[in-house]
Design a protein around this ligand. Structure first.
Ligand code: UT7
Length: 332
């Protein structure tokens, strides 16, 4: 793929709400144990938003940090893309709410729905506006309040998810050797019923019945998603490496969606990645859906794994199914 202008990530901001739900807390809520959760998922704790705190609130906190890091006002942005599966409401879009809360007058934007792959899909969408020269500053945000759609009596799902957000600013890469290099995305709608929230849309509009049948919560066939995730994430990453004449061991930082520690390590083994390149923070945040990849970027920065020129591979699998893989060189 050739791009007219390569886009780069010029700033990163992240936010998780302060309230922590630990495995010990969950032991008191459902029939589970710290050992089971840790062994099967790698999660120790997750952060949850308080009542009344919405996806746009988390997004704005992350966005402000990215703007401060870059040293620009919100009005310098040209577009805001929000990746989320838990918008504040069906409409207006969360992007509109974020634009207003940031005071980013004159900016346009929209929401993008691709579940756990939404951040990668929004990143590449934003990058196209940079590549064509249409825009010079695009903000891409992944934000989810998963606790708003989780049934905290269902042990199969409530131990996994958390709330969180991350934001990046995309700009033209003015120097060679940094920025977004290539990506491969794929969706497979045949997996739609392995992970979904059936209620509230046009098929099953909200009603007493949809509430009684718990249709406004996440439903997941964990094993089906797990198997698809390992197979497909590996396949797309392999293709991406191959067509860029790279090997797994060339990657400096592998920053995957954080759904399950075992999915990450199984993918990494198959790709021949160096253990020190893996970025894993699922123990602290759980699965924050669109938030995981920017939150893991922040962890990679803190762990010293992202330096200017570092070769980074991002990867995701989510409801849909949606799959994504992106190669880039870190720009600062
Ligand atoms: O980001 C979106 C993408 N989502 C994913 O990638 C999720 C992928 N799937 C997974 O991560 C895993 O499948 C889970 C973590 C969801 C489940 O782990 P698993 O190893 O696949 O467990 P399982 O569903 O096969 O269940 C094994 C056993 C069952 O008991 P029996 O039938 O063997 O007696 C479950 O009832 O574990 C039981 N179980 C639990 N036990 C204690 C399920 N959830 C729990 C729990 N605590 N929270």
């Amino acid at each position: 793929m050739s791009q007219l202008v390569r886009a780069k990530i010029s700033a990163l901001g992240t936010y998780v709400p302060p309230r922590v739900l630990s495995n010990a807390d969950l032991e008191k809520m459902v029939e589970t144990s710290n050992d089971w959760i840790l062994e099967r998922t790698g999660i120790r704790e997750r952060h949850l938003a308080d009542k009344g705190v919405a996806t746009s609130d988390l997004a704005v906190e992350a966005a402000r940090k990215a703007l401060v890091q870059r040293g620009i006002p919100a009005t310098d942005l040209e577009a805001i893309l929000v990746a989320t599966v838990t918008p504040d409401m069906f409409f207006p879009s969360t992007a509109c709410l974020v634009q207003h809360k940031l005071g980013a007058s004159g900016v346009w934007g929209f929401d993008l729905s691709a579940a756990c792959s939404a951040f990668l899909y929004a990143l590449q969408t934003g990058a196209q506006y940079i590549s064509t020269g249409m825009h010079k500053k695009v903000m891409v945000i992944g934000s989810d309040v998963m606790s708003s759609i989780i049934d905290y009596t269902d042990r199969a799902t409530c131990v996994i998810f958390g709330d969180g957000a991350g934001a990046v600013i995309l700009e033209p890469a003015e120097e060679d050797g940094v920025g977004l290099i290539d990506y491969i995305h794929e969706v497979d709608g045949s997996g739609g019923n392995a992970l979904y929230m059936p209620g509230g849309g046009s098929l099953n509009p909200s009603s007493r019945e949809t509430v009684e049948k718990k249709m406004h919560y996440v439903h997941q066939d964990g094993q089906a998603v797990f198997k698809f995730a390992v197979r497909k994430q590996t396949e797309l990453c392999e293709k991406l490496l191959k067509r860029n004449n790279l090997k797994g061991c060339d990657i400096d930082a592998f920053i995957p969606h954080q759904a399950n520690r075992r999915i990450i390590t199984a993918t990494a083994d198959r790709l021949g990645l160096r253990p020190e390149s893996l970025v894993i923070n699922i123990d602290r945040f759980g699965n924050t859906t669109a938030g995981t990849i920017p939150l893991a970027m922040q962890t990679a920065v803190e762990e010293g794994k992202l330096k200017k020129g570092s070769l980074v591979m991002l990867a995701s699998v989510g409801a849909g199914f949606t799959v994504g893989a992106t190669l880039l060189r870190w720009a600062y």
